[in-house]
Ligand binder design. Structure first.
Ligand code: AMP
Ligand code: GLY
Length: 422
C-alpha cells in the first residue's frame, strides 16, 4: 500500500513512523513534511490547503491512501478533493469537519445526539456574553467559535478577562466549567462504526502545575493507569456512536478520527470538545504502543469497511512525550535557533524524537515554530517511560527552549490547576 500523509507537524511525524512500521505499507510519502518526517518518508512540496494540488500529487504517486493530518486542510475540503479522484482518504469531508470547525455546530450535534457535554450558550454581543457568564458562574469558559489552533479558549476566574477575550473573538460559546481530569480518546471512524484507540492525556498549559496560558499541548502519556478500564467502550457508547449516527442523519457521515476531549466528572465522562483529526502530542504515545498495522486500519476506515478490520492492539507498557517549545511560545515563537544534541540520541533504545517546528538551515537543524519537537519514550510503566524521556531531553538544547518538568508526573490524573489562569 502506498500512503501519502498531508501535514508538517508532530502528529504527521508520528503517523509517518507508524505507517512505515506497518508491513502492509510499501511506501510513505508526505507533503510538505518536516526534516524528521523526511527520515521516514519521501517529501513533496504542496500547499496542504490546496485540495486540487493534494489530489493531483496523490494521483501522480499512485497513492492507495491519503491521510490528512491537520484540521485546516480538512475544514478547507481537502478530503473531498482527494475522494473525488477515487482515492481513499482518511479524514472527514468539509461538511463533517464542522464538528471541529464550528464549536456551535458541534454543540448542536451533541444536543441532538444526547451526548453528555457542558451546558453552553452561543453569544454574539457583549451583553449576551455577560449574561451567560453570570448564568454559569466562575470559573468562566469562553471559546472563539472558529478554528483557533487550540488557543481560542480562555478558562479563568476573572470575569473581566473572560469579557475581554470574548470581545476579541466575534461569535463565542460561553460554557459551564467541567470539573475533572481530562482525557483524549481517539476514535477511528468509517462513517458508521468506530474503533477506539487507547486513551491518552495531554498537558495544555505552558507552565508546570497547569499554570499559564493554554497551548496546543506540552506533553502527553498513555495509557492512563488511573482511568476506568472500560473508559474507551463507555465513550464509544455514550459519545462516539450517537455522534456518528447523528452525522449520518444530517447527510454528513464522519470518516476519519473523531478526537473526543473529555472531562471525567463525578457524573461520568462529558465532552469538552470534538476535533476532526488526531491530537498532538496526545497521539504520539498512543502510536508508540500500537501493535497492529496503522495503514490497514486507516485504509479500512477510509473505505467504509471498518467492521471487517480487527480492533487495534496495543503493547503492554506505557509511553510519554515531552514537548520542547521555542522562546515566546505560546504568544509568539522563535525561528532559526540552532538545535543541538539530537545526534547524541541516535540509536538510543526506547526513545525517539518527533519533529514539529524544525527546519534545515546552513548551520544545521533549527527551530521553525512554537512547538519544536517532542522526546518520546516507551517503558514498562509510565514512570519508566517518563524517566527515559526526560533523560533524553537533557541531551537536547537550543536558545530559549521551554519545557514542562511535570509531564506524566505523580499524582496522575489530577485536573491541571483546576484549569484556571492566574
Ligand atoms: P478546547 O480547545 O475546547 O479543548 O479547550 C482547551 C482547554 O480549555 C481544554 O483542554 C480544557 O483544559 C479547557 N476547557 C475547555 N472547555 C472547558 C470546560 N467546559 N470546562 C473546563 N475546562 C475547559
Ligand atoms: N493536543 C491538543 C490538540 O491536538 O488539539
Amino acid at each position: 500500500m502506498k500512503t501519502l500523509v498531508i501535514g508538517s507537524g508532530g502528529r504527521e511525524h508520528a503517523l509517518a513512523i507508524a505507517l512505515a512500521n506497518d508491513p502492509a505499507v510499501s511506501e510513505v510519502h508526505a507533503a510538505p513534511g518536516n526534516p524528521g518526517i523526511g527520515a521516514v518518508a519521501t517529501l513533496h512540496r504542496v500547499d496542504p490547503l490546496d485540495g486540487e494540488a493534494v489530489a493531483e500529487l496523490a494521483v501522480r504517486l499512485g497513492a492507495d491512501l491519503v491521510v490528512v493530518g491537520p484540521e485546516a486542510p480538512l475544514v478547507a475540503g481537502v478530503a473531498d478533493a482527494v475522494t473525488a479522484r477515487g482515492i481513499a482518504c482518511f479524514g472527514p469531508s468539509l461538511e463533517a469537519a464542522r464538528l471541529e470547525g464550528s464549536k456551535s455546530f458541534a454543540k448542536d450535534v451533541m444536543a441532538a445526539a444526547g451526548v453528555p457535554t457542558a451546558g453552553a450558550r452561543v453569544c454574539t454581543t457583549p451583553d449576551e456574553v455577560a449574561a451567560a457568564l453570570d448564568a454559569f458562574g466562575a470559573p468562566y469558559v469562553v471559546k472563539a467559535d472558529g478554528l483557533a489552533a487550540g488557543k481560542g479558549v480562555v478558562v479563568t476566574a476573572d470575569r473581566d478577562e473572560a469579557l475581554e477575550h470574548a470581545a476579541g473573538c466575534g461569535q463565542v460559546v460561553v460554557e459551564e466549567f467541567l470539573d475533572g481530569p481530562e482525557v483524549s480518546l481517539f476514535a477511528v471512524c468509517d462513517g458508521a462504526t468506530a474503533h477506539p484507540l487507547q486513551p491518552a492525556q495531554d498537558f495544555k498549559r505552558i507552565f508546570d502545575g497547569g499554570r499559564g496560558p493554554n497551548t496546543g499541548g506540552m506533553g502527553s502519556y498513555s495509557p492512563l493507569p488511573w482511568a476506568p478500564a472500560d473508559l474507551a467502550a463507555t465513550v464509544v457508547d455514550t459519545v462516539v456512536q450517537p455522534t456518528l449516527d447523528e452525522m449520518v442523519r444530517r447527510g454528513a457521515p464522519f470518516r476519519g478520527c473523531l478526537y473526543v476531549g473529555l472531562a471525567l466528572t463525578v457524573t461520568g465522562p462529558r465532552v469538552i470538545e470534538f476535533n476532526c483529526r488526531f491530537g498532538d502530542p496526545d497521539i504520539q504515545p498512543v502510536l508508540a504502543l500500537l501493535d497492529s498495522g496503522l495503514g490497514e486500519l486507516l485504509l479500512a476506515a477510509a473505505q467504509g469497511r471498518l467492521h471487517e478490520a480487527p480492533a487495534p492492539r496495543f503493547r503492554p507498557g506505557a509511553a510519554v512525550s515531552v514537548v520542547l517549545a521555542s522562546a515566546g511560545y505560546p504568544e509568539t515563537s522563535s525561528s532559526g535557533d540552532v538545535i543541538d544534541g539530537l545526534e547524541r540520541l541516535d540509536g538510543r533504545r526506547d526513545v525517539d524524537v518527533i519533529h514539529a517546528g524544525t527546519a534545515r538551515a546552513d548551520d544545521g537543524l533549527v527551530t521553525a515554530g512554537g512547538r519544536v519537537l517532542s522526546v518520546r519514550a516507551v517503558g514498562a510503566d509510565v514512570a519508566e517511560a517518563r524517566q527515559r524521556a526526560y533523560d533524553a531531553l537533557a541531551e537536547i538544547s537550543f536558545p530559549g527552549a521551554q519545557w514542562r518538568t511535570d509531564i506524566a508526573a505523580e499524582p496522575l490524573g489530577v485536573v491541571e490547576g483546576a484549569g484556571v489562569t492566574e
